[in-house]
Design a protein around this ligand. Structure first.
Ligand SMILES: CC(C)(COP(=O)(O)OP(=O)(O)OC[C@H]1O[C@@H](n2cnc3c(N)ncnc32)[C@H](O)[C@@H]1OP(=O)(O)O)[C@@H](O)C(=O)NCCC(=O)NCCS
Length: 350
């Protein structure tokens, strides 16, 4: 069941947008709308900038809106000829309240610190304080506002009125289309429709569910599965996990309890070549078709299926890959140990 966002979730959603729109009618009666960065400070939204048109909104009730497009769904997902079912699934939220200018240097500094932490999370600057001479002139010059939201509105449009089977069709079509973002959209849509059947193309053997994308917790699980793999000797788990997250394509298999039992990743240019790495199945699941299902799905992943060649290196699993059509090319140059390079060539029309 999909509900509108709670007030707390709407506030968090707005603070997570890279840009929100601030709109209102200035004291002079002129409508103003500006795209802005925002961040949370003590439960308020804060903004900064030059004191231009926004200044005329000070003291007025304004609206701050943000949205996230989950997926653009073309009409052919729903109907073979009619254009009308084309739609967008999205989440949108709006908060209203009075826009207050911030004057005190210490408060301005806290607002700017919140904004910088939000939009430059990697750091690389001295803490922003009102009495630091490096920041004083900028703090005096910059205009800062804060808004304590008093009312919220939100809209979540993720196909909640469709029967579960239609939602499953949408997820299937997203997998087939494979535009950037479609794999993430499948994850988002399924999280909102626990009752919808998992797309056929992503069902593994023995009731395992194949995941088409990796997040931080799954990457850490993958690193644990890969612990001891001969080709990763000397690589600390956090680097192994980071490499999982940076892959262009990733497929994992999870059991009924939600534990990751297998995974594989690929780096792909989507056109000429994809390289498969880090294929692993938990020891208790080996020999039951799980590795084959993960590799088959990775080869069909939207970021891999259009590559005309798929390559990999292996020491002892060449026969496992031969059944997908991979051919051994010879010794993998620069490899640690006697690894062979394998290639799967696919027609350029694909
Ligand atoms: C290699 C690995 C991924 C295979 O996964 P799996 O789930 O055990 O394999 P499957 O059950 O899907 O096997 C499919 C077929 O390949 C065969 N196969 C599996 N591993 C093989 C191997 N190392 N060498 C030769 N054939 C192999 C199986 O016998 C099976 O054949 P069948 O269909 O005739 O019964 C898994 O054994 C593993 O994680 N190994 C340790 C990590 C590793 O070596 N990864 C590969 C690095 S290149």
């Amino acid at each position: 069941m999909i509900h509108p966002l709670t007030d707390a979730d709407a506030l968090r959603f707005l603070a997570e947008r890279s840009v929100v729109h601030l709109a209102g009618v200035g004291a002079d009666g002129v409508a103003v709308m500006r795209p802005l960065h925002t961040a949370l400070l003590d439960g308020d939204l804060v903004f900064h900038g030059a004191d231009g048109a926004k200044g005329s909104l000070a003291g007025q009730t304004v609206s701050v809106a943000g949205h996230e497009v989950v997926a653009n769904l073309p009409s052919w997902f729903f109907h073979p000829t009619r254009a009308c079912p084309a739609t967008t699934w999205y989440v949108a939220a709006e908060a209203r309240g009075v826009l207050r200018p911030v004057e005190a240097l210490a408060e301005k500094a806290r607002a700017l610190a919140a904004l910088t932490a939000r939009h430059q999370p990697e750091g690389g600057y001295a803490p922003i304080t009102g009495d630091d001479p490096r920041y004083r002139a900028a703090l005096e010059r910059l205009a800062v506002w804060r808004l304590t939201p008093t009312t919220y509105r939100s809209r979540v449009k993720l196909g909640q009125h469709l029967p579960a089977a239609r939602v499953a069709d949408v997820m299937h079509n997203l997998w087939r289309r494979g535009d950037p973002g479609d794999v993430e959209a499948i994850k988002r849509i399924h999280a909102a429709h626990a009752d919808a059947p998992w797309p056929e193309a992503l069902r593994g053997p023995h009731g395992l569910r194949l995941l088409p994308a990796v997040d931080a917790p799954r990457a850490a699980e993958a690193a644990r599965l890969l612990e001891g793999a001969y080709w990763l000797r000397g690589q600390p788990p956090d680097r192994v996990a980071a490499a999982q997250r940076s892959a262009t394509a990733w497929v994992g298999a999870v059991d009924a309890a939600g534990a990751l039992v297998a995974c594989a990743r690929a780096l792909s240019d989507r056109v000429r070549v994809a390289w498969i790495y880090d294929v692993v199945v938990a020891p208790s699941w080996r020999g039951r078709g799980v590795g084959a299902a993960v590799v088959r799905t990775l080869l069909d992943h939207p970021a891999v299926r259009s590559a005309s060649a798929v390559r990999l290196g292996t020491v002892d699993a060449a026969p496992f890959y031969e059944r997908f059509g991979f051919e051994a090319l010879g010794r993998l140059p620069g490899s640690v140990g006697p690894a062979v390079e394998m290639r799967l060539s696919r027609s350029l029309e694909r």
